[in-house]
Design a protein around this ligand. Structure first.
Ligand SMILES: [Zn+2]
Length: 353
C-alpha cells in the first residue's frame, strides 16, 4: 500500500467503522416498499432514498448526490406542490437488470473496488461491499425503478418525470461516469416484454455523449437516439457514436442561442422521422454555464426554454414523454430543475396529450 493510500485508509477507517457497526445495520437494505400510482394529474416519480449519503464520501465527487432531494424539496416547499402525492418506485429487480446487463458485470459490483471506479471515488474501494450496496447502489436501483415506473405512467397518462435516473454512460458489461445501471434501456426492455413493437426515441441533451445507452441499444431498429452534446469532454466514445441516429457534437463554450437554434432546427424533423410511441428525455442540467463538468454556456432561462421546447414538440405529436434528470453538478442545478419542471407543469397539468 502506498503512503498516500495508507493516509487515506486511516482517515476513513474510524468513521467507517462507526458506520458499519452502529448505523449500517439499522439503515441498510430494508425491504423495498410497494410502488403505487395515485390517479393524480402530475405524474412525478420520487423516493427519498434516491439521495446518496455516505458519511461525507459523496463530497469527494463533484456530483451533487443530494440533488434529487433538493429538487423534491423545492417543488414541495417553494413551488406550491405541498401535499402532492409523488409516485414512489420500487427497486429495479435483478431480473430486470439482466434484461440489459451481463451477469459478469452485475457480479463485479459485489467488489467495492469495481464500484469505486464507476463512482470515481477511490475511497469507496476501501469499504466492505455491504454499505456500498446499501448506501450507493440501492439509491441507483431505486432511481432505475423510478425510470421504469415513469415510463409506464407516461404511456398511461401522456408524460411523467422521474426526479432521478438518466444514467446514460452505463453499458451492458460495464459502468462508468457515475452510471451503474442503464435505466433507459432497462425501462425500454421492460416495456417491450408486453409491447415488443413499441418504438422508442431517446432525446439526450445532457452535456455529455450518451455513449452507454447508445451501446445498450446498438442496432435495435425500434430505437432512435438524438444526442446533442459537448464532444470535447468525456467520454469521446467513437464506437458508441455509430449507434446515434442523430449525432450532434458541439464544442466547449457553446452558448444558449447557438445551442437552442441547433435544437430547434433539428429536433422536429428527428421526431417526425422516428415517430416514436414513447420518448425518453435525458434532461441533464450540466449544460448550465456554471457547471464544472459540462463546459457549455446555457443560462437558467436557456435550460427552461430547452426543456419546454422538447415537451412542446412531443406534445404536438402526442408522444408520451419521460423526463429524467441525468447530470448536473453545480449548486444551482436543483433550483434550475425545479423552476423548469414548474414551467412544464403549467400548460400540461390540465390537458396531458
Ligand atoms: Zn453529463
Amino acid at each position: 500500500m502506498s503512503r498516500a493510500k495508507k493516509v487515506r485508509f486511516v482517515l476513513y477507517s474510524i468513521p467507517l467503522l462507526f458506520f458499519i457497526l452502529v448505523l449500517g445495520p439499522a439503515s441498510c437494505c430494508f425491504e423495498a416498499k410497494t410502488a403505487y400510482s395515485p390517479p393524480d394529474a402530475l405524474p412525478i416519480v420520487y423516493h427519498e432514498d434516491y439521495n446518496i449519503r455516505f458519511l461525507g464520501l459523496e463530497k469527494l465527487h463533484p456530483f451533487d448526490s443530494a440533488k434529487y432531494g433538493k429538487v423534491h424539496e423545492a417543488l414541495v416547499n417553494e413551488r406550491g406542490l405541498d401535499g402532492h402525492p409523488f409516485h414512489r418506485p420500487a427497486e429495479v429487480t435483478p431480473a430486470q437488470l439482466r434484461l440489459v446487463h451481463t451477469e459478469t458485470y452485475l457480479d463485479s459490483l459485489k467488489n467495492s473496488d469495481n464500484v469505486s471506479y464507476i463512482a470515481e471515488v477511490s475511497a469507496i474501494g476501501y469499504l466492505p461491499n455491504r454499505p456500498v450496496q446499501c448506501q450507493l447502489l440501492r439509491p441507483m436501483r431505486l432511481a432505475t425503478g423510478g425510470t421504469i415506473l415513469a415510463a409506464k405512467l407516461a404511456l398511461n397518462e401522456g408524460w411523467a418525470i422521474n426526479l432521478g435516473g438518466g444514467y446514460h454512460h452505463a453499458k451492458p458489461d460495464r459502468g462508468e461516469g457515475f452510471c451503474v445501471y442503464a435505466d433507459i434501456p432497462i425501462a425500454a426492455r421492460v416495456l417491450w416484454q408486453t409491447r415488443p413493437e413499441l418504438k422508442v426515441m431517446v432525446v439526450d441533451l445532457d452535456a455529455h455523449q450518451g455513449n452507454g445507452l447508445e451501446m445498450c441499444f446498438s442496432n435495435d431498429v425500434r430505437v432512435s437516439i438524438y444526442d446533442l452534446y459537448n464532444d470535447q469532454v468525456y467520454p469521446r466514445d467513437e464506437d458508441a457514436k455509430a449507434f446515434a441516429t442523430v449525432d450532434l457534437p458541439v464544442p466547449s463554450g457553446t452558448a444558449g442561442a447557438e445551442y437552442l437554434a441547433l435544437l430547434e432546427r433539428t429536433l422536429p424533423d428527428a421526431m417526425d422521422q422516428a415517430s416514436p410511441d414513447i420518448l425518453f428525455y435525458n434532461a441533464g442540467s450540466d449544460v448550465f454555464e456554471g457547471d464544472p463538468l459540462g463546459y457549455l454556456k446555457l443560462t437558467r432561462e436557456d435550460i427552461i426554454r430547452r426543456d419546454a421546447f422538447v415537451f412542446e414538440q412531443a406534445r404536438d405529436r402526442a408522444i408520451p414523454t419521460v423526463m429524467l434528470l441525468s447530470g448536473g453538478y453545480s449548486k444551482e442545478s436543483a433550483g434550475i430543475i425545479s423552476d423548469s419542471i414548474l414551467n412544464l407543469l403549467e400548460p400540461l397539468q390540465d390537458s396531458p396529450p
